[in-house]
Design a binder for this molecule. Structure first.
Ligand code: ZN
Ligand code: ZN
Length: 370
C-alpha cells in the first residue's frame, strides 16, 4: 500500500509489447493492428481518442493525428517506449500510414471484436498483398495479468472510493434523494484525487434495489430502506469497483436474512479465489449458497469480472464463460439477490488473485446497519 501522492510504480509497457510479439507465432500472424484504444493505451501509454498501433515482429508504430502531436510524444516517452515505437502523425491519409506500416507482411491480425465493418473493408482494399486475420482476446489476455504499477493504481482508486464512502455515508440519515447521494459520493471521490467515477454511480434504495443496474432517481432515501451503493473511482486510467448494501436504521428480519445470505455467498466465493481455479467454479460457489436459501432465480447475473483499464474486462466469472484465474488477475466478486417490490442486496469487492488466495483492495466494512 502506498500513500496517495507519491509517484506510482512504473508500468512495464516495453515488456507488454515484447509479450505481444512473442504471441505472434501462436496466432499465425506477422503483424497486428491494434484498434481498441484501451489496448493501444496498455501497449504504448498513449491515451488519446484516435490512435492505431501497428506491431510487427521487429518494430511498432503508433499512428495518430495532428491533435495529439505533443501528447503522444510525451506519453510514449513517459511509458518508456519512445525508443521502441515510431510515432507517425497523419491527419490526411490515415489508412495510407497504416498500409505503409504493414507493407510486406503476409498475415495481418485485426481485433475482431472492436474493429468496425467499415474499417475492415478499407484495410482490405489498402493492405495490398496482406491477408487479414480476425483475432479475439489477444491483448485482453495479456491485460488480465496486472503488473505492480497497475495493481497500485487500482488500489489507490479503491482507497479513494473507501474514504469517500466513510466521509459521506452518515448523510443517508438526512433523507437525500438517490441522485443527491450519488452526486455527493462522486464529488467526494473527485475532491480526494479521483479523475472521476469508474462508471455512473448506482444508488438504489428500497424497491429500486431490486433492479441490479438501477439509475439513481429522485426517490428520497427513508429510514428502514435497504440501499445498494455500487461505485468506484478512476485513477490514471484504472478503475475500482465496490458495492455495499446498507440499511438506514435497524433492519427487519427479512432484510437481515437477505443480507446475510448474500454476504455468505460473497465470502464463500471469495474464499475459493486463487490461481488455477476455473472462473465457473467461483460462480458456482456463490450460486450454491444463494440457491440453498431458495433464491437461485433471484440471482440473475454473473459473480464477477476482471477490472483494470476497463470496468468490465477478461475474465468474466459466470456460468457461461470459460476461463481460469491466474496470479495477479484483478477481479470483482459480486453476488446479489433481487426481490421485486421489496429490494435487493449486492456485496462486491475488487480483489487481487494470489497463488493460495486473494487480497481485497476494497476495504469499507460490510456492516448492514448504518
Ligand atoms: Zn460494481
Ligand atoms: Zn462490478
Amino acid at each position: 500500500m502506498t500513500a496517495t501522492g507519491l509517484a506510482p510504480a512504473v508500468m512495464d509497457h516495453a515488456g507488454r509489447l515484447a509479450a505481444l510479439q512473442r504471441a505472434f507465432g501462436t496466432h499465425g500472424v506477422d503483424a497486428f493492428v491494434v484498434t481498441n484504444l484501451l489496448n493501444v493505451r496498455y501497449l504504448s501509454g498513449f491515451s488519446g481518442s484516435n490512435g492505431v498501433l501497428v506491431v510487427t515482429a521487429e518494430d511498432a508504430r503508433l499512428v495518430t493525428d495532428g491533435r495529439y502531436r505533443e501528447q503522444a510524444a510525451i506519453e510514449l516517452d513517459e511509458a518508456g517506449v519512445a525508443g521502441l515505437l515510431e510515432l507517425t502523425i497523419e491527419s490526411l491519409d490515415f489508412d495510407g500510414a497504416l498500409a505503409a506500416a504493414v507493407a510486406g507482411r503476409a498475415r495481418v491480425g485485426l481485433e475482431a471484436t472492436t474493429i468496425t465493418w467499415a474499417a475492415q473493408r478499407r484495410y482490405a482494399a489498402r493492405f495490398v498483398g496482406s491477408d487479414l486475420v480476425p483475432l479475439t482476446n489477444v491483448v485482453e489476455l495479456l491485460r488480465a495479468v496486472k503488473d505492480a504499477g497497475e495493481i497500485e493504481r487500482i488500489e489507490r482508486a479503491a482507497e479513494i472510493a473507501d474514504a469517500a464512502l466513510v466521509q459521506t455515508i452518515g448523510r443517508l440519515h438526512g433523507r437525500p434523494t438517490e441522485r443527491d447521494f450519488a452526486l455527493t459520493l462522486e464529488a467526494a471521490m473527485r475532491r480526494m484525487g479521483a479523475d472521476g467515477p469508474s462508471f455512473d454511480t448506482i444508488v438504489a434504495s428500497g424497491p429500486n434495489g431490486a433492479r441490479p443496474h438501477a439509475r439513481p432517481s429522485a426517490r428520497r432515501i427513508e429510514r428502514g430502506d435497504l440501499v445498494v451503493l455500487d461505485f468506484g473511482a478512476k485513477l490514471g486510467g484504472y478503475h475500482s469497483d465496490m458495492t455495499r448494501t446498507v440499511c438506514v436504521g435497524p433492519p427487519s428480519a427479512q432484510q437481515r436474512r437477505l443480507f446475510e445470505v448474500v454476504l455468505a455467498a460473497h465470502e464463500t466465493a471469495r474464499a475459493g479465489v486463487r490461481a488455477g481455479v476455473a472462473t465457473k467454479e467461483i460462480d458456482a460457489l456463490a450460486r450454491g449458497v444463494i440457491g440453498e436459501a431458495g433464491w437461485a432465480e433471484q440471482f440473475d447475473h454473473g459473480t464477477g469480472h476482471g477490472i483494470g483499464l476497463a470496468v468490465h474486462e477478461y475474465p468474466i466469472l459466470s456460468r457461461a464463460t470459460p476461463g481460469t484465474l491466474e496470479r495477479d488477475y484483478v477481479v470483482t466478486i459480486e453476488p446479489g439477490v433481487y426481490l421485486p417490490g421489496l429490494g435487493g442486496v449486492r456485496v462486491e469487492d475488487t480483489v487481487v488473485v494470489g497463488e493460495s488466495g486473494c487480497r481485497s483492495l476494497t476495504l469499507f466494512p460490510k456492516a448492514l446497519e448504518v
